[in-house]
Every structure is written in C-alpha cells, then in structure tokens.
Design a protein around this ligand. Structure first.
Ligand SMILES: Cc1cc2nc3c(=O)[nH]c(=O)nc-3n(C[C@H](O)[C@H](O)[C@H](O)COP(=O)(O)O)c2cc1C
Length: 334
C-alpha cells in the first residue's frame, strides 16, 4: 500500500476555507488570488481524464498550474476506472498536485450522459472502483467531491463506499444533482456523512458569511466556497476574521486579476487582448457589482488601458505599485 501524506488533514487544521472547483473560474490566476487571501487549498476546474490520455491540449490548459503552485488539488472527471487512473497519472507527472479529486457532482447532461460526474452517485460500486484504481495510480491522496445523491439522497452509502476504496477526503455539495443549484444546501445531511466516516469531510453550498463558516467548522466540517468568491477572492480573508479590505484594495485586486488573466492566457496582440478582456467580463462585472450604474461602461471594456481609464474615472487610483512582474507568468516572480 502506498503511504500518502496527510495533506487534507493538515490543511484542514489550518482552519481556512477552501476554494471549491468551478469550471470557467478556478484557473491559475484566480486560485493564486484566493490563496493569497487565505484559502487553505484550491481546486482546479474539472479536467477530462480521457482528454489527458488523448493529449487534448485544451483540457491540459484547464488544469495547468503556475510552476510550483502550492496547495494545488486537481479535479478530474471520467467514468472508466482505467481512464481516470491513466489521465490522473499524467496530470500528476506534469504538475505534481498535492492531491487528485474525482468529480462526482457535475449535473450537466454532457457529463452525466457519459456516466461521469453526478451520474456516479447512482453507481457506488463503479465510483469505488474508480477511486481504488485512481488511488493506486498516483502517489498523493485521492478525494471525491459529490452531491447528496443523483435524484435521491444516498450520499451516505456512496461516501462509505468511496472511503472504503481509499479516499482520503470527501467533499459534499449539499444538494442532489437534479436540484442543480435550486433550494438550499442541506448542511445537516453533510454533517451526517462526516459522523459516519473516519476521513475528513468538507461541505459545499451557499456559504458566504463568517457566521455560517464558523458554524459549519464547529460541526467538524471543512468549508468550501465557490460562488461567493467570484469577484471577491478576499472573502477568504474575511472568513478568517481579517480586517475588511478597503475599496481601493478591492479595486486593485480586480485590476490585478485582469492583468494576471491577460498574462496567463497570453495577450500577445490587441486582438487577443480584446478576446481575453471579453472573456474576463463576467468576473469584472462581479468585482464592480457594487457600482451598478457603471455596467454599461464595463461591458465595453476591451483592453487593460480601458480598464485603467475606467478605474481612474471612478476612483482616481494610483497604479504605480503595479510592476511589470505582475505581467509575468512565473509564479515565483509575483
Ligand atoms: C460556475 C460553476 C462551475 C462549477 N464547476 C464545478 C466543477 O468543475 N467541479 C465541481 O466539483 N463542482 C463545480 N461546481 C460546484 C461548486 O464547486 C460548489 O459545490 C457549488 O457551487 C455550491 O457551492 P457555492 O454555493 O459556494 O457556490 C461549480 C459551480 C459553479 C457555480
């Protein structure tokens, strides 16, 4: 048997919240910002294990971390034990994450139709087989992030099967797959899972306040944050009880995120910069959601210079603190 580090137990003891995986959001720049504000670890968006095996470059880009990115967990999805294991082994070889997480929660048809994601909740045996095979293929801990069930609540059975198969941690989003994001996350059900298992359990769903965070931690749970971090990566600092950021610091973070985004995806020319700024628009709107009257201007921003002008117009901030290092891709320089 392999000896795995107790990465999850150690990080949970730090007491911070965890950046949950979010397709389209938890890329390297965003993970870095969230970590800087205190997230205990950060999970990539889901990477296709099959794509990794087939050498699909788009898939590889999704999971790509900064060099030596700390406390990195890569999430994979797949429905075949051997494919998930092979894809994960490749990811490990490339990026040396601290752990690999199996997606068992995605409710999207494109994924469930291939017996991946939340569809695995209906097949605990297969889920366990995937976890066992995956566990044997990488020298780091393996976890699974699941829902309360597919259409019925069976998380206890599935979580126990996955624990017995060798998982080191389980994350539970407190809704069934058919619920998608409707209703409220059921944290009592998550707590029941934690009571039944010996490995740590992290909950996910609807957390944004320090009071909720403290309450769920007091139940012995790890706490994941997803949507509440979009446009406010400093939420991790607030949950830790740190002083609230000033408006100026928040705006600088938004700007820095835009810089990191352009840099990470490579704004080699104006056309590309325009494309990347458009891609970033949703996040920009979230950062400036407190200024609804600026929306019509924000959606027209197609360059970093335009973003600077926008910020200068509204807030008269000084950008001299931003060095060219901010534009480099090498994590160690930033
Ligand atoms: C845009 C978006 C993308 C998501 N992508 C993933 C994913 O790739 N893998 C995963 O396990 N969960 C994914 N989730 C689910 C979140 O990790 C989380 O469990 C869910 O949003 C509930 O937490 P929240 O209320 O803090 O947002 C995603 C959620 C959102 C909103």
């Amino acid at each position: 048997m392999k000896t795995v580090s107790n990465f999850y137990t150690e990080k949970l003891a730090d007491g911070g919240a965890i950046l949950a995986p979010m397709a389209g959001f938890t890329d390297a720049p965003f993970r870095m910002l969230c970590r800087e504000y205190g997230s205990s670890w950060a999970v990539t968006e889901m990477v296709s294990a099959k794509g990794m095996v087939l050498g699909d470059l788009k898939g590889i880009e999704i999971g790509e971390p900064y060099p030596d990115e700390p406390n990195l967990v890569i999430q994979v999805f797949g429905g075949e034990p051997e494919l998930v294991a092979a894809g994960s082994a490749k990811l490990y070889e490339l990026y040396k994450p601290k752990a690999i997480d199996l997606n068992m929660g995605c409710p999207v048809k494109k994924i469930t139709g291939k017996s991946c994601g939340s569809k695995l909740m209906q097949d605990p045996e297969r889920a366990a087989e995937i976890v066992a095979t995956l566990n044997a293929s990488v020298p780091v801990p393996v976890s699974a992030k699941m829902r309360l069930g597919f259409d019925q609540l069976n998380v206890l059975e599935v979580a126990q099967a996955v624990e017995a198969a060798g998982a080191s941690m389980i994350a539970v989003h407190g809704r069934t797959a058919v619920q998608k994001y409707t209703g409220e996350a059921n944290w009592e059900a998550i707590a029941e899972v934690a009571q039944a298992l010996t490995i740590p359990v992290a909950g996910s769903g609807d957390v944004g306040s320090k009071a909720q965070f403290e309450l769920y931690k007091s139940w012995g749970l790890g706490v994941m944050i997803a949507r509440a971090s979009i446009g406010q990566p400093w939420v991790f600092a607030e949950l830790l009880g740190k002083e609230t950021l000033s408006l100026e610091e928040k705006i600088k973070t938004a700007y820095r995120h835009a810089l990191l985004h352009l840099n990470w995806y490579g704004a080699q020319n104006l056309e590309r910069e325009r494309h990347l700024m458009r891609q970033f628009r949703g996040q920009l709107l979230k950062y400036f959601a407190f200024l609804p009257e600026s929306k019509s201007e924000l959606i027209k921003i197609e360059s970093l210079a335009a973003l600077q002008n926008f910020i200068l117009e509204y807030f008269a901030l000084d950008f001299s603190g931003f060095t060219s290092n901010e534009l480099r891709r090498d994590y160690s320089l930033i």
